[in-house]
Design a protein around this ligand. Structure first.
Ligand code: FA5
Length: 340
């Protein structure tokens, strides 16, 4: 029996030493220590031995079994460690490896400008209102006090859809929509796309963006209009921007004016970009809401007054980002877009 055990132990140790995976190791364990294993069989046969040999045989078998168990444990630790090492090596990231670069996009300049404008006016306490790009002749012209023969009404200036509906040529129709809601006072801005049959050049596009501003309350004056514009322009462009007011005519405001700002390139000194005038292109039209417009919307023009203006958003973007051509905003040229 002793010789038998010695041989089994040495055989098991050799097999364990040669095992190259945890699966092989498990098979070895089963063949020696499993239910029908060699050592288990020997244990079962102890009862058949003469009584005086039993204690010694039991001791030897237990010692052999423990030695095999320890050898298995030791080897399984080694194999597990090797496995972990292999896995770590396999999953190591080579930070020097070449990789495909993906450019991330950003909001179009015009949308960045719209968001900035809306946020400036929101901070000044204005409501931001949205409206449709297709509107009625009544909202776009009639209720805005536009005479029947006004050139803007002609089909050569404005894109009609039916006799009564059209692509809005300005956001001023939003004044009518908001006043018709019947809630006073009003302090709102509304921005969006407008459409005109304008010839394309460096400062004109047939589709562009406007931001309409309307305030209606008791005792609203031209001073409020001026203060609002000057606060806005300084928020948008900084402290050294001045505004120039020129008298103008709009059917829906009286008095009316147009506004330019300091040339952003030379800051008023005079340069080729501004034709040495020191002033930017025209940025907006505005004025005091005409009493006929208030009355058309059921507002008592004896009690209430208002101011309104319409900003050319594309031109604001041009001034803000130093662009010399409005078409840059719509060309989708990556070389241009990547600069912002
Ligand atoms: C109007 O559209 C008036 N509705 C503005 C207004 C509102 C006046 C409220 C009084 C009260 P005007 O046609 O001037 O006005 O256009 C306003 C601004 O839009 C211009 O100052 C200019 O900045 C911009 N704009 C006009 N036409 C174009 C165009 N084709 N392309 C780009 N911007 C333009």
């Amino acid at each position: 029996m002793e010789e038998n055990l010695k041989q089994s132990l040495s055989k098991a140790q050799n097999e364990i030493e040669a095992a190259d995976s945890l699966e092989v190791l498990e098979k070895i364990r089963v063949s020696y220590l499993g239910k029908k294993g060699i050592i288990t069989d020997l244990k079962k046969n102890i009862s058949k031995l003469p009584n005086e040999e039993k204690p010694m045989a039991g001791k030897l078998i237990n010692e052999t079994s423990t030695k095999i168990e320890n050898a298995l444990l030791e080897k399984s630790e080694i194999l597990k460690e090797e496995l972990l090492k292999e896995k770590v090596e396999e999953e190591t990231i080579d930070v020097t490896a070449h990789f495909e670069r993906h450019d991330s996009g950003h909001l179009a300049l015009i949308n960045q400008t719209l968001e900035e404008l809306e946020s400036i006016f929101q901070n000044m306490g204005f409501d931001v209102v949205e409206g449709p790009e297709i509107d009625t002749v009544k909202n776009v012209f009639d209720d805005l006090n536009s005479p029947a023969d006004h050139p803007a009404r002609s089909t050569s200036d404005t894109f009609y859809i039916t006799d009564d509906t059209l692509l809005r040529p300005h956001t001023s129709s939003m004044q009518i929509r908001v006043m018709n809601e019947g809630k006073l006072p009003i302090k709102m801005v509304s921005a969006g796309r407008v459409f005109r049959n304008d010839e394309v050049d460096a400062t004109h596009s047939p589709m562009f963006h406007q931001l309409e501003c309307l305030v209606v309350d008791e005792n609203v004056s031209m001073a409020n209009l001026k203060a609002t514009l000057e606060t806005f322009i300084k928020e948008m462009f900084g402290d050294d921007m001045e505004l120039r007011y020129r008298p103008h005519h709009f059917p829906f405001t009286e008095p009316s004016l147009e506004v330019d700002a300091t040339c952003p390139v030379c800051r008023g000194e005079g340069c080729p970009a501004c034709g040495n005038t020191g002033w930017s292109m025209e940025l907006l039209g505005g004025g005091m809401v005409h009493p006929n417009v208030l009355e058309a919307c059921g507002i008592d023009s004896e009690k209430y007054t208002g101011f309104a203006f319409g900003l050319g958003v594309d031109r604001i973007a041009m001034v803000k980002y130093g662009l010399d051509d409005i078409r840059l905003l719509y060309d989708n040229d990556k070389r241009f877009l990547e600069q912002f």
